[in-house]
Ligand binder design. Sequence first.
Ligand code: AMP
Ligand code: GLY
Length: 401
Amino acid sequence: MKALIVGSGGREHALAWALSRSAELEELHAAPGNPGIARLGRCHPVRAEDAEGLLALARAVEADLVVIGPEAPLVAGVADHLRHGGIAVFGPSAAAAGIEGSKSFAKDVMRAAGVPTAATLPVARPPCVVKADGLAAGKGVFICRDAGELDAGLRGAAGLGGQVVIEELLEGEELSVLAICDGARAVPLPAARDYKRAFDGDEGPNTGGMGAVSPVRGFDRQEVDALLAAVHAPVLDELAKRGTPFVGVLYAGLMLTADGARVLEFNCRFGDPETQAILPRVDGDLLGALAAAAAGDLRAVTLEESDLAAVSVALTASDYPASGDAGTPIEGIEDAEELGALVFHAGTARHGETLVTNGGRILNVTALGPKVADARAAAYAAVERIFFAGARYRHDVAADG
Ligand code: AMP
Ligand code: GLY
């Protein structure tokens, strides 16, 4: 099978790594890809949002399957464009991607499907959560515990344009449950937790994600299956009933409250950086699973969860998330790999022979171990072997695991 991955981050590198392990893979292509992916396949200079360019590329390389990583092209309808052109795609239509692209649409689907979520509030009064309705790359959510935070939140959300949603503030630990979906059925992936805040101790602003761990204590296959039945299955049914079946990864961001799990958000794609901790724990043919989902029939697919734990730590630019860094040489990746770690490129570029920084999150360093503590120790040992000026990372990823 010839596969084309769309995107250029650590998630797409992890996908490329996982697909490369399939016996069925003949050729791997990426658009635009990154220097890490270039070691596994061929990168093409086509942007992830360029629907026309991607269709032409998929035809030129005779791709049997296109896997779309990021949310922006999905919400913009790139999967629809490819499907209309006769290409098999893993990733939802623009209509189904609305589950991530519009908070109010997601709320409406959850209400109709009877899925437990935070209550929508008619008036903004603290404590509450203020959310911008559309895609905001993790920057559209404001937790408001007092009047000052509420003022700032309302201003911040209004500044992003579009509608604002006010929600009940939920307390508890968070959990990410991802499932591969074929429009009707869902095959679960191992549960994960990501570390969203920029600094140790969950301080500082929200980021795209500073690290991830899988498994999460108390959420083995049985508990994940129960969450799939309560959350993913009714949402898939509802979307199918509306004539917009969901094909791709349905990612439920959950809060584990004293009254049970509540959905905070849905994403219409693999999580980043959760994927960098989840995929190394999947035993089975991921390429076959994604192709079966794209073809609309997951009935013959099972994916097992490895007994090993995985921890992934993001190495970022010094000022991330405020700004990124470009052109700074990176050293020590081979040393880290010698320890057995997987080093996924998230924001890198090549200047001649030199690998340099090119983004906010630069690398995701993943390690496996018998227990979370072992994986964590191995991941940090590998992180310490990598150097670039200004490199920063959280020291407490999975410390609670
Ligand atoms: P979202 O963009 O909806 O995923 O929200 C980003 C983050 O904001 C979540 O991972 C939570 O940490 C937090 N969050 C969102 N909604 C709520 C809520 N209703 N109560 C508490 N925290 C929330
Ligand atoms: N790590 C959270 C996300 O992918 O949205």
